[in-house]
Write a protein that binds this ligand. Structure first.
Ligand SMILES: Cc1ncc(COP(=O)(O)O)c(C=O)c1O
Length: 398
């Protein structure tokens, strides 16, 4: 077999972490707080079945669905993005600002293809979402972590690192972050948009969770404060429609969207038209807003059960993030507990989580006593069972 390209070695460590994450979701006996899947009960199975049976016929849109599509996506879905997802966030857009892509991850991939040369630096949060790091590394970028606190990225540290490393991009998940569940304050959002403009750096704003808000006040995205077009806003339909549909979108200046069109055609020509039509109908029939309420109700209950389990079952010194939405909380155990080592004990007790260390990259110290706990895919009756197992494993380590 011929040698793999150099970039495969470059991203290997991160690739192993991501593979383990996917694998932990497959054992049916294990209660997994590991993966980032939404609740099965929140998937719009019956709605999609109904839509498909009506529109995927010869005299409706069946032939269009199975035919070649346009690289920018079908206009109805782009318009739904503009009217129903961007406008409520205060983001003004026309069709020329939006391209439909294959899931949230494809935006990371296309934007990286467009902006990153080997050796370029991408600043990220500490901790951050490993799968995006994997993409940046695929393009042989160097990811450097900046300091964070409960209000998001520490702006002074970002600015210091901009001066030190001259990065090409800053990658952030400002709302209900994966893995920490934290949300950037309004001031930090504004300040980061301004840094992007002042230093002419791309701010890649990844926003798959903001619609899933269960408590607290809505905040405008970073893109809302962008005066220069330096912020690129990327989003996914995975949490508000269906991850299996593999749909997402990028919202940016027309000049960037035109370039993404070129990259998209060279990557996979266009996004799945069957699922685009189903998703556009889901919006255009007025089904999205009531379904989003259901999604939020289901996940709010799981969040509440999880929070009370963490408080009542884990050791008193445990610190944790109370997320106002999304799927994750970040748990910090007493210093002496190494969550990477402890995972084997947890798996033996049939409970899974993701060790915090996996989410740290160069630039900030890795934390060994943290873990990401995902509450989305476990039913409220099973959360206490899983957390009891986990608590036993933690107490045994102390
Ligand atoms: C922060 C973040 N970005 C992007 C994605 C990818 O979304 P998709 O499943 O639509 O590719 C996820 C999914 O978990 C995520 O947590």
């Amino acid at each position: 077999m011929a040698e793999f390209a150099r970039r495969m070695a470059f991203m290997q460590t991160t690739a192993d972490v991501v593979r383990n994450l996917f694998d932990s979701m497959t054992d049916p006996e294990t209660i997994s707080f590991g993966g980032g899947a939404p609740a099965r009960e929140a998937l719009p199975v019956e709605l999609v079945h109904q839509i498909a049976s009506e529109v995927l016929t010869r005299d409706q849109r069946g032939a269009q669905a199975l035919q070649y599509g346009n690289p920018t996506g079908i206009p109805e879905l782009r318009q739904a993005v503009i009217d129903r997802l961007l406008a409520p966030k205060g983001l003004k857009a026309g069709l020329e600002n939006v391209i439909i892509v294959a899931g949230g991850m494809e935006s990371m991939n296309l934007v990286s293809q467009l902006f990153l040369d080997p050796g370029d630096v991408v600043l990220v949060e500490s901790p951050t979402f490993v799968q995006s790091v994997q993409v940046f590394k695929l393009f042989e970028a160097r990811c450097i972590a900046c300091k964070t606190d409960n209000n998001g990225l520490v702006i002074e540290d970002v600015e210091a690192k901009i001066k030190q490393y001259s990065p090409k991009m800053v990658y952030v998940i400002p709302t209900f972050q994966n893995p920490s569940g934290r949300t950037f304050s309004l001031e930090r959002r504004k300040a980061l948009a301004e840094l992007g403009s002042r230093y002419d750096i791309t701010i890649l704003e990844d926003d798959p969770y903001s619609e899933m808000r269960y408590s607290g006040e809505k905040l405008p995205p970073i893109k809302y404060f962008d005066q220069t077009g330096n912020t690129i806003f990327v989003n996914s339909f995975s949490k508000i429609f269906a991850p299996g549909a593999r749909l997402g979108y990028t919202y940016a200046e027309p000049g960037i969207i035109r370039k993404l069109y070129e990259v998209k055609t060279a990557t996979n020509s266009f996004t799945n038209v069957v699922t685009q039509i189903l998703c556009a109908e889901f919006f255009n029939r007025g089904l999205y807003e009531p379904h989003l309420k259901l999604i939020c109700d289901i996940h709010r209950q799981r969040r509440d059960v999880m929070m009370s389990c963490i408080q009542s079952m884990l050791p008193g010194e445990t610190k944790f993030v109370y997320p106002d939405g999304g799927l994750f909380t970040w748990v910090e155990l007493p210093e002496q507990v190494d969550t990477t080592v402890m995972l084997a004990d947890a798996m033996a007790q049939r409970v899974a989580y993701v060790p915090g260390r996996e989410f740290f990259v160069e630039g900030q110290p890795a934390r060994n006593n943290c873990m990401r706990i995902s509450f989305g895919a476990v039913t409220p009756d099973k959360i206490p069972v899983g957390m009891q197992r986990l608590a036993q494993v933690v107490h045994a380590r102390l």
